[in-house]
Design a binder for this molecule. Sequence first.
Ligand SMILES: Nc1ncnc2c1ncn2[C@@H]1O[C@H](COP(=O)(O)OP(=O)(O)OP(=O)(O)O)[C@@H](O)[C@H]1O
Ligand SMILES: [Mg+2]
Length: 433
Amino acid sequence: MINPSFPKIPPTDMIITHLGSIFATFMFIWAIFQLYFLNQFRTSIEKYSQRLLALIYPYIQITFNEFTGERLMRSEAYSAIENYLTSTSSSQAKRLKADMSFSLYPFTADEKRFYKLTFHKRNRDLVIEPYLKHVLKQGKAIKVTNGQRKLYANNGSNWSHVVFEHPATFQTLAMEPYRKEEIMEDLVTFSESEEFYSRIGRTWKRGYLLYGPPGTGKSTMIAAMANLLGYDIYDLELTAVKDNTELRKLLIDTSSKSIIVIEDIDCSLDLTGQRRKKKEKQEEDDEQMKDPGQKGNKDEPRTSHVTLSGLLNFIDGLWSACGAERLIVFTTNFVEKLDPALIRKGRMDKHIELSYCGFEAFKVLAKNYREIERHDLFPRIQDLLDQVKMTPAYVAEHLMPKSAPGDPRTCLESLILALESAKQAKDSELCCM
Ligand SMILES: Nc1ncnc2c1ncn2[C@@H]1O[C@H](COP(=O)(O)OP(=O)(O)OP(=O)(O)O)[C@@H](O)[C@H]1O
Ligand SMILES: [Mg+2]
């Protein structure tokens, strides 16, 4: 008798485990296949299809991304093209074909903004050399003339910016006309001296030190400088810079055609120099020895560790040569407090004193604020301004048309009263001495 033997059916959980391992092996092989073969296959297909396309499609494309490099700095070429296209020149362009991809989040890797230039390959030489050069040059020039400038501020090691729209000009700046002329000439000469700087082997940059009491127009002059030359402003807050490395990074991230400003350099950090610092440290140590309970407050630990030498390197070290056409401007109320090394010629090439309001400066303010060029009260004002120190900011305040709109006499009289009382205070001070 035949005893039929039936194949044994494995239990369900064993089947599932078996299937699972087959599936996992399949997925593994598929992943390897994708990684090595499909990717290679895809690259080859792309390569050959591009070659094939080049045979039948006679156009060349160049892409200008908005952000470039590892740190995603805004490309100067992109900005120049943007200016060129948004100005009237776009209507004259005959050969430019540009695509623009917009994104609300330009920093994300997959949504970039870029311009794409497409042209026939027979025009290659024309487009790549003269045409692109022309677009970039024009774009940069348009930036200067269209008044769209940027004011950057540092936030940690990064710059953020807003549109810079300060109305100050050298015409509205209250200062003796011959001094204004001299400064304007200096600035314009600098901006036109690329060839000169390269010939003498110096970095194309210039340092200005603006000093004088509060309210004499230092910040106003910086705005006037930016407006004159069409430069962007980088307002560097040194106390927010962690250390010299961060300072260097900020410097590298500035663009050309810009003014790097450090306001109130004397207060920003203890930059009065290692020499004084050492002396003070010695004195402090001596005091600590005498009274160990006393806590020194002169050199309290600061969050910023930027040093004088770090700042000097920032101004004239190798890194500052990684860009061109830049002004570095320091302002201070106390020029005598600064270390001579910081402001020596060659670093701060031009020292400009902004001082109390003289009669010439007053006439500029009177013309700007009240549109008057002469008045019978002017001689009295001139006489008082010769004797009293009053800042242009204070004089300007009296010329504001707030209390007497349309009536210059009232404000001139109020200015005379203020000047007279300042003179009285000064005279009585002298009497008491
Ligand atoms: N020389 C000037 N010409 C025209 N306006 C001036 C001048 N000086 C001061 N002012 C007026 O006074 C205001 C203050 O001036 P500004 O901020 O330029 O002074 P500052 O020298 O930078 O002062 P601080 O040392 O306090 O920073 C300005 O808004 C401007 O309207
Ligand atoms: Mg200021």
